[in-house]
Design a protein around this ligand. Structure first.
Ligand SMILES: NC(=O)c1ccc[n+]([C@@H]2O[C@H](COP(=O)([O-])OP(=O)(O)OC[C@H]3O[C@@H](n4cnc5c(N)ncnc54)[C@H](OP(=O)(O)O)[C@@H]3O)[C@@H](O)[C@H]2O)c1
Length: 285
């Protein structure tokens, strides 16, 4: 990690899991670390453990009003924005604006946040995806699974594919605008976190956590791909994950993505649809 003294970094979902590991490393490197969280109490508790130069701000990505309020209240330069927060495999639900919960939170919330903050960002936008993006597909006629029937795994995979397509198109637009900002993506491999466990059967969650102790990476270790994507000199739209077998564990390396995640036409169309749905357009136009 290079020293980040005097630089501001925003991490969404920094109170837990990979986001917590990421924010801790940024704070240790001297960055002014902003924990963008939906629950201020959980954020304050995490900030206490992180230490360093930090602040906690409220951001609910499942509510575009909250995303706008966060961006409107922001003043000053942001070196790095990390779009880390996410929900996974939750029961069927809608965001405050009526979008399917995974797509609305993981993709549309970050889409709006990034574009609203873009004029103040100077260096990097890192967006978290997942190995599960490979089983995702974008059906523009049924983005919220109303026609095909809701499936939580497919909904999560679609949102994680959208995170990669967003990075691809953001990078293309940044280059076209002559911007110095780079868009990159990362995934943590298999990390023992709270992901997908909230409001679930406590015995099942106990089992997942037990398995995690033996097989998963710690959140600190799982944060390495994000930190690499945020601070190393990489080509735009790079995708970083762990280098071990199945990309589940290991040290950060450039990793591959599905053909669907490299499809520039889908990326462009998804961008246009996301602009329509959020009423937020490219931040540097
Ligand atoms: N864990 C893995 O093995 C794994 C694998 C591949 C990819 N990932 C990706 O890694 C990222 C971090 O996940 P994690 O494993 O660290 O999970 P986690 O421990 O559940 O952390 C997720 C974070 O997102 C926040 N969040 C959820 N909904 C939000 C909303 N509406 N507004 C603002 N924040 C919200 C959560 O806040 P609350 O605490 O308030 O719920 C929490 O801080 C996600 O993008 C996930 O898709 C994780």
């Amino acid at each position: 990690m290079p020293a980040l003294d005097g630089r501001t970094v925003i991490v969404t979902g920094a109170n837990s899991g990979v986001g917590f590991g990421t924010a801790t490393a940024f704070a240790r490197a001297g960055a002014h670390t902003v924990l963008a969280v939906r629950d201020l109490d959980r954020g304050a508790e995490a900030a206490r453990r992180i230490g360093g130069d930090h602040e906690v701000r409220r951001l609910d990505l499942a509510d575009l009003g909250s995303v706008r309020a966060f961006a409107d209240a922001w003043d000053g330069e942001i070196a790095i924005l990390v779009n880390n927060a996410g929900v996974a495999m939750v029961p069927e639900g809608r965001t405050a604006d009526g979008f399917e919960m995974h797509f609305g939170t993981n993709h549309l919330g970050h889409f709006a946040l990034t574009n609203l903050l873009l004029p103040q960002i100077t260096d990097r936008v890192v967006t978290l995806s997942s190995g599960l993006h490979r089983s995702g597909s974008i059906d523009f006629d049924d983005l919220d699974f109303r026609k095909s029937g809701y499936n939580p795994v497919r909904a999560y995979a679609r949102a994680k594919l959208a995170n990669l397509l967003f990075t691809l198109e953001l990078e293309r637009r940044l280059r076209r605008a002559g911007s110095g900002i780079r868009a990159t993506a990362a995934h943590p491999g298999y990390a023992a976190t709270e992901l997908g466990t909230r409001d679930r059967n406590k015995y099942l969650v106990g089992l997942v956590h037990l398995a995690g102790r033996f097989f998963a990476q710690t959140p600190e270790r799982a944060a390495l791909p994000t930190l690499f994507a945020a601070t190393q000199d990489l080509p735009g739209a790079s995708y970083v994950g762990p280098d071990g077998r199945g990309e589940l564990h290991g040290y950060p390396a450039l990793v591959g993505r599905s053909a669907a995640a490299s499809d520039v036409r889908t990326a462009e169309r998804l961008w246009d649809v996301s602009e329509e749905l959020t009423a937020v357009s490219f931040g540097l136009d």
